[in-house]
Each structure stands twice: as structure tokens, then as C-alpha cells.
Ligand binder design. Sequence first.
Ligand code: ZN
Length: 306
Amino acid sequence: MWQILFMMKKSFLILLFFASSLIAKSSATFQSFDYVLPTDTVPYVFDEDEMTDYNDSLVSFPAYDLYCGWDTVNTHSAKFDISTLSDSTREIALYDKNSCGYVHPFSGKVTSQFGPRKKRYHYGVDIDLETGDAVGSAFDGKVRIAKKSKSYGNVIVVRHSNGLETYYAHLSKINVEIGQEIYAGEIIGLGGNTGHSHGSHLHFEIRYLGQPINPVDIISFTDHKLICDTLSLSKKTFDYVSEAKKAAAKNYASSKGNKGAKVHIVKKGDTLSAIARRYGTTTKLLCQKNKIKTTSTLRLGQKLKL
Ligand SMILES: [Zn+2]
């Protein structure tokens, strides 16, 4: 009897030993696990002297009061509500008298203007260049974004003290770091064909609190200089937004269906509202044309006039 009990105790101890070694092994594995940052985010790293007075350093970011922050991860700042703009204009000085003024980012031919395009609204101006051509900052400022994005490719966003932000996209090389102070004309990167781009060019954008502004409102792309000292910001500046929304809805309808189609043949899973959306029409119109009710059941193969 004692012998059996002794044997049981021994095997229990052996089991305990194995269990504890397994736990030790798994916790060792856990400790050696390293946290990997997502590749598309570039965290802002403070310099030692910046850390000495965190609050002061935050205030020193350009137009901090206007943006209430310094986001170095998201390319676009949150868009401000245009409807809050009064009809009177808000004058924005384009450069400080003590600054380096304006320097054209790249003196090339404009190949695409700000405005509606085939697939989506174009929120910038495209300037033709060769891959490797030097691209400079338009104004003095501080680099907020320097990263690789899916659509923009290698992109740099520079924030300026008046609240404007300039974007430089499709670059082949980024020569600056987040937080770096730069002056107008300083080479910040090299032109290229990265991201959603067909052929080397510079996609140049100007935004104010996240809202795109047509660069020709302030810049002459033939003379390569500013056409005014101040930007008069008013509701009129953003008249294009309703046009952009209409174009987006039209493109959505044409991308989802055949724009020229006159008849739709009902397929499995089709509903009246989905068909209406697909062809950029309404359920009511669809019903009127086909003399059916909104509650009518659709048959497979049924032909609907559009
Ligand atoms: Zn573009």
C-alpha cells in the first residue's frame, strides 16, 4: 500500500516538474515577443530638447491653435465645416514678411488641373517632371507627413504658419523627416511615379484645415509665382465641393452599371432600390417607367426599362 502511494507521489512530482517547465518556457517566449509597428504609420519622435518642455514644443508647431494638434500619422487633417464660413471673407496672408516667400515646387508643364476628372475629382495640380527631378517646398514650414501611401505614393505634407498645408505626391524619394523645419525652395524630395500614378509627375495640393483649395486661386503656373499676397477665403472658395459631390455620385452610378443601358435584366438578389442606385435613378422613377409598384416582386429574367 505504502509502495503504491509512494509511486503515485513520485509520478505527481514528475508531472509537476514538466508542467512548471512548460509554463517557464511559454512565459520566456512571451517575454521575447517584440511589438512591431504597422508599416504605414510614422510616429513622431521627440528630440531630447523638445521633451524638456512638451507644452512649449506643441505650441511651436505651425498653426497649432487652428488645428489644435499635430497629427503625423493621418495624411489628411479633419475637414472643417464649410457651412460655418460666413459670406464675408477670411484673409490669409500667404507668407510672412520675414520668410523666404514663395518658390515654385517644380517648373514644369501642368498636365492636369484641379477639378473633375474621369474617375474622381482631382484635388491638386499635376506638374510634369522626370523621375529624380528635385522638388522644393513652396513656402517655409514644418514637415507633418513623410510616408508612403497607397494612392499618393511617397508623399510629403508641409504645414505652414498661416494654416495652409502643401502636399507633394508620387515622389521617388523623400529627403526630409517628420518635424523638420524647412524653408521655401528647399529640396524636400525627388519626383517620381509612385502610388496611383501613370507616368512621372508631381501631384501638388494646397489644403486649409483639410479642405482642398484650387492652387490657381493663388499661384500662376505659367509665371511660377504667387498672383496675390493674401488668400481671400470665403464660401466661394469652396463652390467646387457641390460640383465634386455631383461628379462622385455620377461616377458611382456609371461604375456600378452600364451608363448607356436602356434595359436591366433582373438577376438573383436584385432589388428595386439597388437597381435604381446602380443606374443613378430612383425607385419611384423606375416603378413609373415599368408600371409596377415599389412593393412588386421582381422575377428572374424580367426586363426593366431604365
Ligand atoms: Zn494629381
